[in-house]
Design a protein around this ligand. Sequence first.
Ligand code: ATP
Ligand code: MG
Length: 278
Amino acid sequence: MTSTVTAHRKLSAIVEDARIVAAPYQPETAVGVRGLVKRFQSGAPVIDRLDLAIGAGTRVAVIGANGTGKSTLVRMLVRLVEPDDGMITVLGDDVRSLDARRLRSLRARVGFVFQRHNLVTRLSALSNVIHGAQGRVGGPRTWLQALAPAGLREEAMDCLDRVGLADKALSRVDTLSGGQSQRVAVARMLMQRPTLVIADEPDASLDPKSGEEVMAMLAELAGERKATLIFVSHRMEHARQFSERIVGLSGGRVSFDRRSHGVTEAELSGFFRQEEAA
Ligand SMILES: Nc1ncnc2c1ncn2[C@@H]1O[C@H](COP(=O)(O)OP(=O)(O)OP(=O)(O)O)[C@@H](O)[C@H]1O
Ligand SMILES: [Mg+2]
C-alpha cells in the first residue's frame, strides 16, 4: 500500500514537472519565463529566478519602482538584453536557443514601443512608419517612402490614419511634438503587424492627455489585431485602465499579480510600500 502511495506521489511529481516545463510551449501562452536570471557586472541579480506566463491575446501591465528590472525583463524577451540563466519562450520559440536568422524572424513578430520613440528624426513620419515593414519586406523598398511600392505606402498611410496623423505623413519627425512622435512610433509598430506588442513606458515623456491617448491607442489597436500587449507604466491609472492583469516586480521576481478589474488604489500603493520597506 505504502509503495503504491509512494509510486503515485512520484508519478504526480513527474506529471507536475512535465506541466511546468511544458507550460510555456502551449499555443495559448504568448510569453513563458522560468527561472530567469540577469545580473549586471558582479552585483546582485536584477532579475532573480523570475517566473511569468502571459496568455496570448491578453493585456498585461508591468509595474514596479525604478530599477526593479522592468525594462531589463521586457528586453530579454527578444534578447535585446542577454539573460544569464533560465528559460524564455515567446510566440512558441525557445528564445535563448534561436540562431541569428530565427531571432530576426521572432523580432519581426514583436512590436516594440519605447519611452523615447526611437524614430529617425530627419525622415518623414511616413518613411518611419514604412520602416516598420522591414522585418517582413527586406531591402531598400522599406528605407524611404519614395522607394516604397504603392501598396506599402498605402498601408503606412492607413497606419498613420489610425493614429490620427495622416495629415503629418510628409512632415519630418523633428518638427512633430512628443505626443505626435510617439503616435508615429505606434503607427510604425502597427506596420509591423506584430503578434506581440511590448511597450516600455510609452506614456512616460508625454503630458497626461497625450500619454492617455497613446495608451488608449495601443490597447485598442492591440485588441483589434488580437495581439498580446505587455506594457510597462509608472502611471497606475494607466496600468488599471488599459490592462486585464497587473504584474508587479520587486526583488527580481513577480511579487504582485492581480486581475486589473477590481484592483484598488490602496492595493497598488500597498505593493509599492512593501517594496520600499524591503
Ligand atoms: N546595461 C546595463 N549595465 C549595467 N547595469 C544596468 C544596465 N541596464 C540596467 N542596469 C541596472 O539594472 C537595474 C534595473 O534596470 P531597469 O532599467 O531594468 O529598471 P526599470 O525597472 O526599468 O527602471 P525604471 O522604472 O527606472 O525604468 C538598475 O539598477 C540598472 O542600473
Ligand atoms: Mg525602465
